[in-house]
Design a protein around this ligand. Structure first.
Ligand code: SF4
Length: 65
């Protein structure tokens, strides 16, 4: 992860998120491949931002070391 040499811990805000919660690296070659590999789906995104964030929190909890 550019600028985060130790990686991003679960629950840690990525330093590339801007104030509007958009990725500053989107469309740029520095964006990690694993970010682009996470494709949106109905299951993941739900009906609104709240449902999407709840899914992400659950995923981070389930994959925490
Ligand atoms: S897509 Fe990747 S680089 Fe961009 S904000 Fe999210 S975690 Fe950070």
């Amino acid at each position: 992860m550019p600028g985060m040499p130790q990686g991003k811990a679960a629950g840690e805000r990525c330093l590339h998120l801007d104030d509007a919660m958009r990725c500053r690296l989107f469309g740029r070659p520095e964006r990690p491949a694993f970010c682009g590999g996470l494709q949106p789906s109905r299951e993941m995104c739900g009906e609104d931002r709240g449902q999407a964030l709840a899914w992400l929190v659950r995923l981070e909890r389930l994959t925490a070391p």
